[in-house]
Write a protein that binds this ligand. Sequence first.
Ligand code: ADP
Ligand code: MG
Length: 240
Amino acid sequence: MIKVESLYKSFGDLEVLQNIDTTIEKGEVVAVIGPSGSGKSTLLRCLNLLETPTDGHIWVDGEDLTVPTTNILKVRQKIGMVFQHFHLFPHMKVIDNLTYAPMTVKELSKQEAEQQAKLLLSKVGLSDKEQAYPNSLSGGQKQRVAIARALAMEPELMLFDEPTSALDPEMVKEVLDVIKSLANTGMTMVVVTHEMGFAREVADRIIFMDYGKIVEEAKPTEFFASAKTERAKDFLDKVL
Ligand code: ADP
Ligand code: MG
């Protein structure tokens, strides 16, 4: 589904990603973990070209995102992204947050888009919030709306950047449960997270990053039981 080859990203003199190579299979759930500033968000943002790579290649579904002829908007339609801070449209009701892109980009009728939106809201447990505005929702509810909104575009790949980091502790589980159930449907997902329990339970593979590099890639059972590098062991000592 995704192949990343010799990916580099710099901001001025700061090299934030250095020689990233990885492959993500269809249906795979990959958790990206590592210290703050290690380049996790930048890697995720490169995958849908919210950041332009400095060098290297990224293929999504066989299409090289880094060649100028690629239709970025079309590629992005295959990719849903969920951010730490929700980024809902504040002036739109929940239901309109979900129908906006399907109606404007996919040209669904209002009726079709609303039917689909209602189904998605019931899947994330928010059928009763259809007519609410985002600012009346809790953080956990906002994030579940954000996930439903991303799913409304019927993406083939979902990217999550610390989806629970801005939430009060008691709301983390409701959001993780939604992400978990999505994983169980076979969705391909890349999740940047500090929730080690979740990574261990849900991910098929852990990518551990530090200083802009992938330091370790392993199955969760291996990674958490016996990380190979000192840097990963150090990190796990601090967070577990
Ligand atoms: P992480 O998500 O692992 O915390 P990031 O990918 O956000 O790390 O950031 C990696 C490094 O890149 C940090 O040093 C950060 O300050 C820097 N960085 C990220 N985005 C930008 C930007 N737009 N301009 C300049 N520096 C940036
Ligand atoms: Mg980040």
